[in-house]
Design a protein around this ligand. Structure first.
Ligand code: SAH
Length: 273
């Protein structure tokens, strides 16, 4: 997958792209990430990328010209084609504006993006970006959460990290992506393209423990040391249900629960009272 990041602070990405799985995905050739400095697409002495807002008000706004010119230089498909392809379920590219006003980024969106050939991420700054970028250049606006950041760079780094780790082959152990929080059974593809059958089912991940088995009087749950795989599987599923009920009950509405699950949840709720 190719990823292009458009920003006025290209240096920001030296850290986030140079570590862990993102770095490895690049080294393995699974991801090709390029950072573009918007000031390179200005034509005045001061390399101006922002201007005052029409209609008055606080702060500055990112100008449209450097963004349109930079995107033009990348040779991506036209906005019309990108939108049409997405409607027809054959999207290959997406140009995304990071924005607090965007649709919420999620694991589902991350896996949608991981299936594309190319994503372009536009980072705003100041009071935001001239709205013509959202209306005529980007094909979608994404927000990483209900809070306001000072720039889109941190958000772009979040999107890049969540997406690159889903690229087939990026994780050392393929199974670890399948078991994770939010991952439904159909969202994960393995290296050979087969659908995984063991997602967390939309629940949060189960708790993990490692050595030592006893640490300052705190013990690892006995069942994990038992070697009984069926019991361990059942215990993990129960803990995942418990944790989801406690921390994110909203997620349970989107999860297919078995009769056994409903019994477990009823028991946990009863015990909580
Ligand atoms: N005036 C805007 C905030 C601008 S913040 C508003 O109230 O909605 C400057 C830039 O930071 C934005 O253009 C966007 O690119 C980025 N940004 C801020 N919050 C974000 C969020 N939650 N998700 C993604 N990008 C965000």
């Amino acid at each position: 997958m190719k990823a292009d990041i458009l920003t006025i602070f290209p240096g920001f990405f030296q850290g986030p792209l140079d570590h862990g799985i993102t770095r490895r995905a690049c080294e393995m050739g699974l991801a090709k990430i390029k950072v573009h400095d918007l000031r390179e697409f200005t034509h005045d002495k001061h390399r101006t990328v922002d201007d005052r807002p029409f209609g008055g008000g606080e702060g500055m706004v990112l100008k449209p010209e450097p963004l349109f010119e930079c995107l033009e230089s990348l040779g991506v498909a036209s906005r019309q084609d990108r939108i049409e392809d997405r409607i027809l379920g054959r999207a290959k590219q997406s140009v995304i504006l990071l924005s607090a006003q965007g649709q919420r980024f999620s694991q589902k969106v991350a896996s949608e993006l991981a299936a594309l050939d190319r994503i372009v991420l536009i980072c705003g700054r100041y009071e935001g970006v001239d709205e013509r970028v959202a209306d005529f250049l980007a094909d979608r606006e994404l927000s990483i959460g209900d809070y306001v950041l000072s720039g889109g760079e941190m958000a772009a780094a979040v999107v890049i990290e969540a997406v690159t780790r889903l690229l087939p082959g990026a994780l050392g152990n393929e199974a670890s992506a399948r078991q994770e929080s939010f991952t439904s059974q159909t969202e994960v593809k393995t290296v050979d393209g087969a659908d995984s059958t063991c997602g967390s089912g939309g629940l949060l991940d189960y708790p993990h423990y490692t050595r030592p088995a006893e640490f300052c009087g705190m013990n690892v749950p006995e069942v994990l040391l038992s070697g009984n795989h069926e019991e361990i599987r059942r215990w993990r599923h129960q803990r995942a249900l418990e944790k989801t009920l406690r921390n994110r009950p909203d997620l349970l509405e989107g999860v297919q629960l078995s009769d056994e699950d409903n019994k477990i949840l009823a028991r946990i709720k009863r015990d909580q009272r």
